[in-house]
Each structure stands twice: as C-alpha cells, then as structure tokens.
Design a binder for this molecule. Sequence first.
Ligand SMILES: [Zn+2]
Ligand SMILES: [Zn+2]
Length: 939
Amino acid sequence: MHLIIAEKNIAAKRIADILAGSSTESAKGAKVRTGKENGVITYRFDDVITLGLRGHVVEIDFEPGYSNWRSETNTPRTLIDAGTVKKPTAKNIVALIKKLSKKATLVTIATDFDREGELIGKEAYEIVRSANKDVPVQRARFSAITAQEITTAFDNPAQIDFDLAAAGEARQVIDLLWGASLTRFISIAAKRGGKSILSVGRVQSPTLAMIVDREREIEAFVPEPYWMLSVETDKNGTPVTARHTTDRFQDRAEALQAEANTTAPLVVTSVKAGTRTDHAPAPFDTTSFIVAAGRLRFSAANAMRIAEDLYMNGYISYPRTDNTVYPKSLDIDALLSELKKSGLSREVTWTEAHRRKEPTRGKKSSTDHPPIHPAGAAKPEKLTDDQWKIYELIVRRFLATLSPDARWTTLKYLFDAGQETYTATGSRLAEAGYREIYPYSEAKETILPVMNEGDRLPIHTVNNEEKYTTPPPRYSQSKLIQRMEELGLGTKSTRHEVIGKLVSRRYVEGTPVRPTLVGKGVIEAMENHEVPITDPEMTATIEQHMEEIKEAKLTRDEVISESQTMLHRVFDALEAHEEEIGREIMGRTDEERIIGKCPVCGHDLMIRQTKGMSQFIGCTGYPDCTFNIGLPSAAWGTAIREDKVCEVHGLNYVRLIRKGARPWEIGCPLCNHISSNREALMMMPSADDAMIARLHASHIYSVYEVANIEPERLEQALGTDRATIACLREEAEGVLELLRKRSELKKFVRKHVVPRRGRSPAKVAAALVEAGVGDLGGLAAMTPAALTKMHLSEAEAETLLGEARAVYNRAALREYGVPAVSLKKYFEAGITTPASFCALHPAYLSLISGIKPETAWKHAAAVCTAMGVTPPEKVTAKALENGRKELLDIPGLGEAMLERLYRAGIVDTAGLAGADAGELAKVTGIPVEKIRAFQDACR
Ligand SMILES: [Zn+2]
Ligand SMILES: [Zn+2]
C-alpha cells in the first residue's frame, strides 16, 4: 500500500484526483473513494491512500514545570535555556499515520515546497518512522497542484531535505524561546495579565520599532515653506504651463525677485525630443505580489490567504517565494494555451501575438520555487469576487512579463522670460506594450503643442505659490513588508503574519499603520533602557544564520545556542531596569485610556471596563466625584480612545472595536451620552428644554441620575424647593419603570420574532412602542388583527400573542400572589388568565385544579383585589362539602353535571333553586327541562 501525506485535506483530495486520473491510462480516472478513518478524511484509489495534515500536527512547547508565571524558581529568564518537547496537536491524524504506516510499502511526503513545508514533512516522516523503521519514504516536490506538476513530482521522487527542515525547526524553537520569555517578562513588569498581556517577539518588536520611529519622525517634523513659480501661456490657443527651472525657492525674497524679473514674451530657446523605455515588470515574488495586491486594497494577510486558496485549487503556483526569475523548466507555451480557457483569453491572444523574446527577470533567482504564476485556467463565475481579482492580477502580471516594454516619446522645452528660465515637459505613450494587458498603474500622458525654437509666446499669468514641505508618509502594509525585507526581518512566509499580530495585539492601527500608545510605550521603554530587542540587526543576524543551516554551513543547535546568548544579553538589560520599564509602560497604557478632564471636578476621565461586559467612562476623582458617562456594553466592542477631540466638551472621541466587525464610532462620549439620554429625560411630564439645559449645566444627564443623586444637587441645579424635587424624582422613577418594561418588551419580541429580510425584531418592537404599546401587558391585551399591522403575518401574530399572554399572565398572577406551585396546577387545568380567576367560582377552581377550596378562594380573592373586582364570598371546605352532598342527592345529578354547575357558580341547592333556569341552561349547556326538574327536587 502506498501512503501519500499532503499538507492539507484539500491538497490531498486534488493530488488523489490527479494521480488517479493519470495512473491508469486506459480506464481513465480510477474512481477515488472518499472515506473517514479515525475522524480523518482519506482518499483511496487502486492501492493508494492519500490524506492531508492540518499544517503542523505537532507543536513544540517547554518541558513541564514552566507554566506558572509567578514561579520563584522558573523566572522568565529560565525559559531561555528550558528544554523543549514536541506534542501532537492533531492526535487523530498522528494516530492514523502510525496505523497506516505499519502496512505501507511506500510513503510519499507531499507537503508544500518551502522551509515550513519541509519541516511539516519531516514531522510526518518522524511519525512514520516511529511506527515503521523500514518503509521507504520519498518526498514529492511541486510548485503547483496541477496534473503536470504533480505527475512529474511523483515520477521523480526526491528525499526529505533535513537541512532545510532543521532551518525551519531552528526558527520554531528560537521564536518560542524569545516570544515566551520576553512576553512573560514585560507583562509581569507592566502588571498585565490575562487577555491584556503584552507580547514581545524577535521579529515583531523591531518591526514595531520601525513604525514607532516613523511616527516620531512625523511628530517631530516642522513644515518648511518654499515657493514655486510657473507661467501660463498658450500656443495657438492650446494652453501650456511652464515651471521655473529652479524647482523650489527656499527663500521668499528670491522667489519674489524671480517673479518680478519674469517678463513677456516667453521665448522658446530649446526643443529636445526623446524616447523613454517603460520596462515590463518582473515576475511576482511574494513581496512584490503583496505590494501590487495592496494597491487593489487587499491587506497583506488577506492577499496571502486568497493566494493560498488559489494555490490549493490548482489555479496558481505556490505563493511563498523569493524568486523573480522563471526557471528553464517552466513550460510557458503550455501555460499560455491553458490560460486561453480562462476568463482572460483575449489578453492571452494579444500576448501571444506580441510576445517578447525572453520573459522579463527580476534580481532574485533561487532554486526552490518559480515566481508566482498562474497554473490553471479559471473563470470569474467559478471564483469569489476577491479571488477573481487576485487571480486576474497574477495572470495579467504573468502576461506582462512576456510582453514588450512600453515606449514613451518625450518633449522638453526651455524658455526665457526676461532674465528667468522656464521649462515644460510632455510625454506621450507611443507604444503601450505590456500596458495593453496590465492596467494596474496609470499611464499619465502630458501632451504639449508643437513649438519651435525662437517662438515668442505671451505670458498670461505668473504664479508664485507658497507651499510647505510634508513629513514622510506612514507605512502602508506593503511598504512595511518591503522595508522588512530590506532589513532582513522575517521571511516571505512570516512577514505578513507579523504585521497581522501587531494589529490584533493593538500595537498598531489604521491604514497606513500608526502605533498606539501601548505600542509606543513598549518600544520607548525598551529604547530608554537600551534593551537591544528593537534593533533589527540582531534579528537579521539570526535570520541570516538560519539560512545557513539550509546550506549545511551551520547546525540547528549552533544557531539556537547563538540566539540564546543574544537573548541573555537582552535579559541583562531588561532585568537591570525592570521596575522603570514596567512603570513607563504602565504610564503609557493609562494615558491611552484618559479621554479628558472631568467637567465636575477637573480630574482625569478614564475609560474603565468592569469584570463583566460593562464599560463606562469614570472620573479618577472617584469616590469624591461620581461623575460618569455610560457606554454601550463591551459585547459591542472594547472602547478605545481616538485622537479627535470634541469641540464642545474637549473630550477625546471613542470607538468600539471588536474582532471581525466594523468599528462602532461613538464620537464624543459625552455628546453621545447626552443625546441618548435626552429622549428619556423628556419623558418626565414636567421636563422641558429649559429644565434639561439647567440639568446639563450641572452635569446631570440621565433620568437615572435625577432619580438617584442627592436631592440637594437637584435643588441647586434647578433652583426649586424640596417638594418640587420630590415630585420630579417620582416622575423619574416612573420613567425608569416605563423604560424597564419597554426593554422587557423588546427582549421578548427579540426572542419570539424570527428575523426576516427587511423585518428585524427591532423593527417590530419599534412599531409597538410607536403605537403606544410599552410593555408585555399591553402586548398581551392586543388583538391579532392589530398585530398584523406591525410587520407580522397572521400566523406570527397569533403565536406572538399566545406567547405574550402566557408570559404576561403568569407574571401577573405571580405578582398578585398566586404561588408558582399552584400556578402550575391552574395552568395545567387550563386556567391561565387573571380574568378567569375573577369570573370563575373558587369551588370550580378548586375542583378542576385539585387545590384545596380555601386556598383556591384565597387565590381568587387576591387576584380580584389586585384587578379591582369585588372578591367572591369566602368559601369553606365544610360548607362546600355540604352543598356538594345536597346537590348529588338530587336524582339524576352526577359528578359531570356537578362540574358544569360549579363552573356556573352554583355550589349548593339554595343557589340552584334561586337561579334563572333559562340563563343557567345557556351557561352550562344542560337542557332547561332538566334544570327545572333539579330545581323542583330542591324545593
Ligand atoms: Zn470628577
Ligand atoms: Zn461632546
């Protein structure tokens, strides 16, 4: 049996399909059977089993004993030299590989073709070996999951490259040692734990330092003025603008002088025509691909994720590559004819007709991988919009590398205007070349009219513009990746992940990226105490030495031990200044939560989160000052400070951020607080604009405050007497109660109304409130017909009403004093509304529920009182029993008849005798003659 191990399930499936299709040429496409073994999907055909890993199926971790952060003996520093162990992360896959290996006669490792893939392959190899010492293990290497690449790779198997895998392993170990020990140290120093630990990493920190550096450059930047001169003229009616040959005047006086010296006519003194070659772009490596995708507004991580999807599905080659030169083995003709089947066939045909002799080539040539290129034909309808955009970019780039250069003709004029010289340059795209099929950079032409030496032109205006120098721009993600590559930080596979981590850990934000205060705080604390972790050089050295493991110049252990020495040096610096570093970071992180001054007492206002999900802005003067501003629950996102400041209140804006959701812009928290509380304040009957303005002036913003703060403060704010304030507070209590009921109603509607397109539960709730239905009782009292006007179908209205009545009545009856145990019995007997307690005789209530008569009477009396109905006369068990006996003594009156009489409130012969026979017959359904006969028997 031949066992094939791929990197992921989808790759395993495609490899199985391809090999099955080509292995038996006559019976084309041996059927691949999909099965599930040990919870792992497998693909079988002939005597072959293919399965996919889940990337790494083992992970490295420290030996036991290092998990306690507060351990006295195993301090963060001891992690540097702690031993590591490998632990399976996907136990079922590991177990299945072991099981299948025992029976295998051949194993092929078909993981991705790079350092990470080699390591994953080596991990699989070790699992195979642990179960079977002798089975031959081969390695299949391919750059795309296409029929041609896969069959070639399996026809020419190679061996695992243990040096390459060791390089990957060294990275794993080193990243663990650095990340864990530094993160632990810094978090403890800054007293951060749980979710808010401060992570520090070997690649991450120098990258962050770079971003912080750029921000400081921008902050320190002082714009300098400069002046630019130009003249407006025309040649036979075609307008022309000519610039002064001094591009920027640094001195205002000089610029004014030159302006004054500029006199008509403008004489053409020189005409130079030329051409310029606009080279077709080089093939894509990972970095240039991310840059190009960035121009299409894809984040680095997103672009890579989509590219990996396309690779797994055989549409493009492996997207992690440093190579920018197509290898000889790449069959470009075959690729072009394949791409004719894609949605870009027109562009392919054009390229074939205009093909350049040799494809373009970039500066980096390596043997592992070809540059990113399309591998299979795709049509837009087969892909998502984003996938298509990335695929199209890669195809067009590939075609561009086969297309001729573009050519521009240029025209440069020189002019004299009195004592000053001016110039104008024009350019025209003479041959579009690759630009025909690669439209991603704009070709901006400047067309100038034909002019000859000696031409004399008028001067319409002389412009003297004052401008200012601008600071360097912040890094875009793709610029950052380019810069990391230049500095040797990280690898093609990890750079975009490092940036993603900086974002998710809230060290940086925005596009282009800028550091948060925490991000700045961590870097500045390190730099202030000369902790060498922010210096890219050390990281680059390790990176370089890891490359040398690949070439067998250094061993895994040598490089790890070198990095441990470096890490000890970092710790020397850290431990010497532990306290200051902690304090500096804490200072910065507090600062990040301060949004301005308290309007009541002048202390700082700070964003605070409680242990639960609630968050608010509180005064640091608490408990002396209780001023606070409400914020939506943290379930909507964590509140963070923004740079913008409210013009009215001088407070920083706040936004709520939540992973995977668009941020919620709160704006000025106090403006938001005021507007969200205004409506509720206006619900107090005696509230008006003037009164609310007076409350605001005293920093009282919510009904809750009106109901709860000391009466003296209200008196002061409104300038009225105690009695008026007492009234007002009562009103506020009423509003709070109303709001509570309304929110209960909303919650109920949310629970029972299914959201539909264009009809959210919130919309239904809003319609109810609009119609004056403010609580569950109001809803329960509605008719189904009225409810169908609230975006509900008839059936939905019925169900909602039924639910509302059940819930409301149950709550009402509980409130009126019917205990839960009894209530259960009443409901089971079909007595479910307060009204039925008032209408029915307690004897009947008792009879059908099995509750004692006295108790049932007590319940009925309580409900009647609460409903404002005269309670029934007291019922005793003894009287009832007597009446019952009397009634049952009447010939022909049995238990069933008795129940009907009870229902009508007839509990003894006196009652029966005194009743109107006709009425009673109607209510009980007992024939009137029979009732008359009973009545006769009573007398
Ligand atoms: Zn305060
Ligand atoms: Zn405001």
